[in-house]
Design a protein. Structure first.
Length: 393
């Protein structure tokens, strides 16, 4: 079972995902094109989001780390140059939300989520390039978050170009405008974990410990056995929402942070939570060999989103490695089979569908590439599955 999964996932990475994203590179104006619609029309004048560019930088950096194909470094360097040249605000610090196709700034919002992903990408790029400038820029953004994007109680969300608070409409899904979100905290954790891994900075470690304690004390709902999602400034939950995808993603990302920190006392506090999550997801959201999107006010969303499936494969395999409970291995394999059969787009020149409905039909309204549709979740699934199965074997 593991050998078959290993071969299939590795093949998907090498022969499908990587070649697709290579073709999205914009050699004329820099960076990578920002929109490929469902009908596979490439919109060369579409906006280029910092999140998409950062995730592509992260992807090619880690693809090189796994495969040691030097051509992949060139693609990472291309994304790195566009990030540094076009998205960094040399006057006020931080990175902007998005640029026009030519690199001029389109949306000057400074979002904590965006800063965190740039840190994640720059840290990984430093890891493969040993370019000290990349690490310096990662720390520059780290200091920006710590001085301008948080208060004594935790991390805040959205700001103007000069870091005045503004409405958090970038992550205001489900009709909620929140002053704090689980999503932003999770990805600050993710970015800081990678920065700490490559730098071993004591200050970054201190803030990772702070975030993990917030996860346990503010975000985690022990009664419902889930993370709350949207909060006011005092961490009061704003909506009855269970985000299945974020919970299964959190379960293994938090475990990764615990592994990198190697703090036994912290592990004793946090690890029991990450053990509960995959059992809860398996019981509540695992259906038809796939994982549902979310449950809002008691009503399940039946669509299957590409990133939720990708994170579920990793989360279930991580749970199997921790517990040796075979039902997690079976679930990981089943969700991968679902991805292979229904989420992977078999059309030439495409990659993965954004989502499919309960009848397994893809949504024609959703693009193949856009600011949020990137090689981060599915690429990372491939990296994780290949490396984890190697360790298991």
């Amino acid at each position: 079972m593991l050998e078959e999964m290993f071969a299939e996932v590795e093949s998907e990475l090498i022969y499908h995902i990587i070649p697709f994203w290579k073709k999205i590179k914009d050699d004329e104006r820099g960076g990578f094109y920002g929109l490929l619609d469902f009908d596979l029309n490439l919109h060369k004048d579409a906006e280029k989001s910092c999140i998409l560019n950062s995730r592509i930088l992260w992807f090619f950096s880690n693809a090189y780390k796994m495969l040691e194909d030097k051509e992949l470094v060139d693609y990472a360097k291309h994304a790195y140059k566009f990030l540094c040249d076009k998205f960094f605000d040399k006057e006020n610090g931080g990175v902007f939300w998005s640029a026009n196709a030519d690199g001029s700034i389109l949306d000057s919002t400074k979002h904590t989520y965006n800063q965190a992903f740039a840190i994640y990408a720059l840290s990984s790029y430093y890891d493969i390039s040993h370019d000290r400038n990349a690490l310096d820029k990662a720390f520059e953004l780290y200091k920006t978050i710590e001085t301008k994007c948080r208060d004594a109680d935790g991390y805040l969300e959205s700001f103007t170009a000069d870091f005045k608070p503004n409405e958090n409409d970038k992550l205001s899904e489900n009709g909620v405008t929140a002053e704090r979100t689980m999503n932003t905290l999770l990805h600050v954790l993710e970015g800081y974990t990678e920065l700490y891994r490559v730098s071993r900075s004591a200050d970054v470690k201190k803030n990772l410990v702070f975030i993990l304690n917030q996860f346990a004390d503010k975000i985690w709902n022990p009664k419902e056995q889930r993370q709350e999602v949207f909060f006011d400034k005092n961490f009061n939950s704003l909506i009855d929402l269970y985000s299945y995808g974020h919970d299964i993603e959190t379960s293994w990302l938090v475990d990764r942070t615990l592994e990198v920190l190697a703090d036994d006392e912290l592990r004793k506090k946090i690890a029991p939570i990450t053990e509960i999550i995959p059992y809860r997801i398996l019981k509540t959201a695992y259906k038809d060999n796939s994982v549902l999107n979310e449950c809002e006010r008691g009503k399940n969303s039946e669509i299957r989103i590409w990133w939720v499936q990708a994170e579920s494969v990793v989360g279930f395999l991580n749970a199997y490695q921790k517990t040796n409970d075979k039902k997690f291995l079976d679930a990981a394999k089943s969700v991968w089979s679902y991805i292979k059969n229904y989420i992977v787009d078999k059309r030439a020149g495409s990659e993965w569908f954004w989502c499919v409905d309960s009848e397994r039909k893809p949504s024609t309204r959703q693009p193949i590439v856009e600011p949020w549709k990137c090689p981060y979740h599915n690429g990372r699934m491939c990296f994780e599955i290949v490396s984890r199965i190697k360790r298991i074997k």
